[in-house]
Design a protein around this ligand. Structure first.
Ligand code: SF4
Ligand code: FES
Length: 228
């Protein structure tokens, strides 16, 4: 069920600091789990590292201060994809929507349906390359919200069957589900889902707090220790 965006839990990004995951302080809830699907701990409030330097990932250990981590986005080299949602209409009735700005490069789409999501061909999405149910299944696995789809003009973007969770992906971003409120954030991409999204935890994204795939380029790993 999609939670009311004005109720807890919510995520509060601290300027130049961690992401605070705040739960209802009257209840113990276990809505954080590791990449193996195991609960990390039942907590009421937790500070999650987003500078990439904590020696106690995914938890913040204060290293952001020593690193002088900045949560500001710097796109002076123009490498951030434009905030533009593109539509790929198939003859089979499905239109796949895609906004490259928020792709976290998890490659779920390429791995699951390479006849539709094509690494080396243009257009990179070919909705006629696969069966509609398989396209739907694949789009629903997109953790960042970059992909969504419409059938007969009706858009399906949010998964209403998931629990509110922050999943710490292996060597990658935080995958958030079920509309956990992201407080004070305004740079939502065009067409982005607020039900599920990927948050940077390597510190290198140029579209913070969202992941933009930079963790791959900097070879971020959970064990990465950044010199102070
Ligand atoms: S985030 Fe979505 S669009 Fe980007 S590679 Fe993963 S599944 Fe594909
Ligand atoms: S986790 Fe930082 S860019 Fe993906």
């Amino acid at each position: 069920m999609v939670s009311d965006l004005h109720t807890l839990p919510k995520i509060v990004p601290a300027p130049n600091g961690p992401l605070y995951l705040i739960n209802d302080s009257t209840q113990v809830v276990a809505n954080i789990e590791d990449a193996n699907g195991q609960p990390i701990k039942a907590v009421m409030k937790v500070a999650l590292c987003r500078c990439g330097g904590s020696k106690n990932k995914p938890l913040c250990d204060g290293t952001h201060a020593a690193l002088k981590f900045s949560s500001k986005n710097d796109d002076t080299d123009g490498s951030v994809p434009p905030d533009k949602r593109k539509n790929y209409a198939g003859k089979n009735g499905i239109t796949v929507h895609d906004n490259r700005r928020i792709c976290s490069h998890s490659a779920e789409c390429l791995r699951n349906l390479e006849s539709v999501f094509r690494l080396d061909e243009l257009p990179w999405i070919n909705p006629d390359g696969g069966e509609v149910p398989k396209i739907i299944e694949t789009v629903r696995k997109c953790p960042s919200g970059a992909l969504s789809y419409s059938i007969d003009g009706v858009e399906y973007r949010d998964d209403k069957t998931r629990a509110p969770k922050v999943i710490v992906s292996k060597n990658g971003p935080y995958h958030v589900t079920d509309g956990i409120e992201l407080a004070g954030v305004e740079n939502w991409a065009e067409g982005a889902s607020k039900e599920h999204y990927a948050l940077c935890r390597c510190g290198a994204s140029k579209n913070k707090p969202f992941c933009d795939g930079m963790h791959l380029r900097i070879k971020f790993t959970d064990s990465l220790k950044i010199d102070e």
